[in-house]
Write a protein that binds this ligand. Structure first.
Ligand SMILES: [Zn+2]
Length: 264
């Protein structure tokens, strides 16, 4: 099961239900749940009133159903008590009573069709879709995850748990995935507090911990690193996460916080 898409993460952050598969993945995946929690903070920061706790549905304006029924030939009509139950306790009904539609309309009616669902609900769904994309976009813009580029999930070829080292709080999981085009990426799911100074960096080491290949900066969450073509994972099977000081020295600091051996 691949990670949730940015849109699904956005929807989850907005409190929207996900499809069963996505919801099951989210329940199991610390990285995705962490991302939802982070996006949730973005949502809270935006404080868009429309995205706050869902309000009551608004009853469709009078005459709407007659127009729909005339256009579609549907004989049934919604029960009055259902319509009344969906109406807000107070407040005016939206002032958008459509003109009665001429009946019957051709199969492809010109112009906007009368909405079948209550206006508020339809508007909220559209807002949610836009907001989910916005939230996901903001999240990625903030530089947190590399989920956006995950169109091709590839085939896992090796994986390892990242165990904490020397009493650190960092842990996680790493997986090497081979794409359809033959490139390989290392996906690192890191759970760790922000380092007191410097930053985390991911490496591949040989088993004697004397040869190493720097992969790049890694933050808590999920990051992907494309592996150099031709790299022999049998030679560099150790995934290492270090804390690096901001000293301009590209060498490994010698301070590793989590490590695992790929089971290639
Ligand atoms: Zn996930």
């Amino acid at each position: 099961m691949p990670h949730c898409t940015p849109e699904d993460l956005g929807l989850a952050a907005l409190g929207e239900p996900l499809a069963d598969d996505e919801a099951a993945h989210l329940a199991d995946c610390a990285a995705c749940r962490g991302e939802v929690a982070r996006l949730r903070r973005v949502v809270d920061a935006l404080a868009v009133p429309e995205l706050a706790a869902p309000g009551p549905a608004v009853a469709p304006p009078p005459g709407l159903w007659a127009g729909i029924a005339a256009a579609t030939g549907v004989a049934a009509a919604p029960r009055a008590d259902v319509v009344a139950a969906s109406a807000p306790a107070a407040g005016p009904v939206p002032d958008v009573v459509p003109e009665p539609l001429p009946a019957p309309l051709p199969a492809e009616p010109a112009g906007p069709m009368a909405p079948v669902v209550p206006l508020r609900s339809r508007r909220s769904r559209l807002l949610l879709a836009a907001a989910a994309a916005l939230v996901a976009g903001l999240g990625i813009g903030a530089g947190a995850v590399a989920l956006a580029t995950r169109g091709d999930d590839g085939v896992p070829v090796a994986a390892t748990v990242l165990d904490p080292l020397d009493g650190s709080d960092a842990s996680g999981r790493a997986e090497v995935v081979e794409r359809a085009d033959g490139t390989r990426v290392l996906q690192v799911e890191l759970s760790a507090g922000a380092p007191t100074e410097g930053y985390y960096e991911a490496w591949l080491l040989d088993e004697s911990v004397s040869g190493l290949i720097p992969l790049g900066v890694v933050r808590a969450g999920t990051e992907e690193f494309e592996l150099p073509a031709g790299l022999d994972l049998g030679e560099y099977p150790v995934v290492d996460v270090s804390v690096e000081p901001l000293d301009g020295d590209p060498a490994h600091s010698g301070v590793s916080v989590a490590r695992g051996l790929l089971d290639a």
